[in-house]
Design a protein around this ligand. Structure first.
Ligand SMILES: Cc1ncc(COP(=O)(O)O)c(C=O)c1O
Length: 433
């Protein structure tokens, strides 16, 4: 490489990017976050060569410290039994408190506004109980037509179970004919049009199929302007893009921890509830773990709520499913979200430029190009039939590239910046080409 390049990948401009393996290796050698990869187990092929693992948007990789974190809990359980609740290395009664600082930093929240609990779809139901409160003619929920099916099922079943009309109480917004992504102006227009009939706007911060990042601040403001609540599914946003839920004023948000947060399969999820709902909370589902620790074991008949988002917990948390998250959050803390976002932008920019140079014309990125509208996921649409697209997808794994496929024609590639190399991005481009 003869050109003068910046000292690190963080100074790269699009014009610096060259679609070559040599350039990818230069990037890896000048990546200030490169050492984080060593903190993760990287799956390998049959010959022991690391796979280009680009499905952190589906299941994040395991931090090496995970085994130790789980083993500590197994040790305490085996040696202390029930005493582990108070005398363990990390006593189980207070175990979930360890996640507050890390989750709050990633969510852009106050520590009192976040809680690690349940699973994502369960939390959506919990939040609907509190924040979808149809009254009089204000009863509609605005959702996206292409939303992840579980959210759709949650909203539809919730409305039906509470005596609403799935047909008239749920308003769907979709991309325009011939487009893949939502337009901000269309979302704002839909909110304004529904106006006082709107009880809740519930959207995904990052769309699972296209990878589009919505302007959560603007949409939250628009929802509040018509008197509606605003909540976010952050399954693909937590640990992927910078979030400022408190300042944006979102009413609530839910996320899962098995994607970018590397919490492991089925890991404990999380929720954000803005502090303005803490003092005079809306109705919520209650259980003993939502009560004040000081009085919880008095076993009294009344619900004495824990402060903040903790009051939305219902059960004592599954410690073994929380432990992996500790190991991963340590990595986020040292890497810092701003640097992870900068690296993700450099990697998706590299994929885009290299794909344009190398891949056949029937391969097209549908994720928006603007860096503010994408995280680390690139959704690649394969022209032709679903069978053609699936065949293309099936050809990747034998070449050592792990992506995922979403019906009808999209290959999703997510170079999670904690452990992905530019060389892995290059392997994707080469495999597609
Ligand atoms: C956007 C979105 N919402 C909801 C879910 C469902 O998550 P869970 O099975 O953890 O409830 C997923 C799972 O991938 C998702 O991507």
């Amino acid at each position: 490489m003869t050109r003068t390049l910046p000292d690190t990948i963080f100074g790269l401009a699009a014009s610096d990017i060259e679609p070559t393996l040599e350039f990818a290796r230069w990037c890896d050698a000048h990546d200030p976050l490169a050492q984080h990869r060593d903190a993760f187990e990287i799956p390998c092929d049959a010959t022991g060569k690391p796979l280009a693992y680009l499905v952190g948007n589906s299941l994040g990789l395991m931090a090496k410290a995970t085994r130790a974190r789980i083993a500590e809990e197994l040790d305490d359980w085996s040696k202390l039994g029930a005493e582990g609740h108070v005398h363990g290395k990390r006593p189980w009664i207070w175990y979930h408190e360890q996640f507050r600082a890390g989750l709050a930093a990633l969510a852009g929240a106050k520590e009192s506004e976040v809680v690690a609990m349940n699973t994502l779809t369960a939390n959506l139901h919990f939040m609907l109980v509190s924040f979808y409160r149809p009254q009089g003619t204000r009863r509609k929920i605005l959702v996206e037509r292409g939303v992840f099916p579980s959210d759709r099922f949650a909203v539809r079943s919730f409305v039906a179970a509470h005596g609403g009309s799935v047909e008239s109480d749920i308003v769907e917004i979709a991309p325009r004919e011939g487009e893949e992504c939502l337009r901000m102006t269309d979302i704002e227009a839909a909110i304004a049009r529904e106006g006082a009939s709107l009880a809740l706007v519930l959207l995904s911060g990052v769309q699972y199929y296209t990878g589009q990042v919505l302007d959560m601040a603007r949409i939250t403001t628009a929802a509040h302007a018509v008197g509606a609540k605003c909540g976010w599914d952050l399954a693909h946003a937590m640990g992927n893009v910078e979030l400022h839920l408190h300042d944006w004023g979102a009413d609530f948000a839910c996320w899962c921890s098995y994607k970018y947060l590397n919490g492991g399969p089925g890991a404990v999820a999380g929720a954000f509830i803005h502090e303005r709902h803490h003092a005079n909370p809306p109705p919520r589902l209650e259980g003993w773990w939502g009560t004040n620790q000081a009085t919880r074991f008095a076993m009294g008949p009344n619900f004495d709520p824990a402060p903040g988002a903790d009051a939305w917990q219902v059960s004592n948390p599954p410690i073994l499913s929380l432990a992996p998250l500790l190991a991963s959050l340590e990595q986020f803390q040292t890497a810092g979200m701003a640097r992870l976002v900068a690296k993700a932008r450099a990697m998706t920019g590299f994929i885009e430029i290299a794909l344009r140079a190398k891949a056949p014309s029937r391969v097209r990125i549908i994720t928006p190009s603007a860096t503010s509208e994408r995280g680390c996921q690139v959704s690649i649409e394969i022209e032709g039939t679903t069978t053609d697209a699936k065949a293309k997808y099936d050809s990747l794994l034998p070449r050592g590239v792990v992506c995922d496929f979403r019906h009808p024609r999209v290959i999703r590639a997510a170079p999670a910046p904690l452990y992905t190399r530019f060389e892995d991005c290059w392997r994707l481009v080469e495999a597609l080409a």
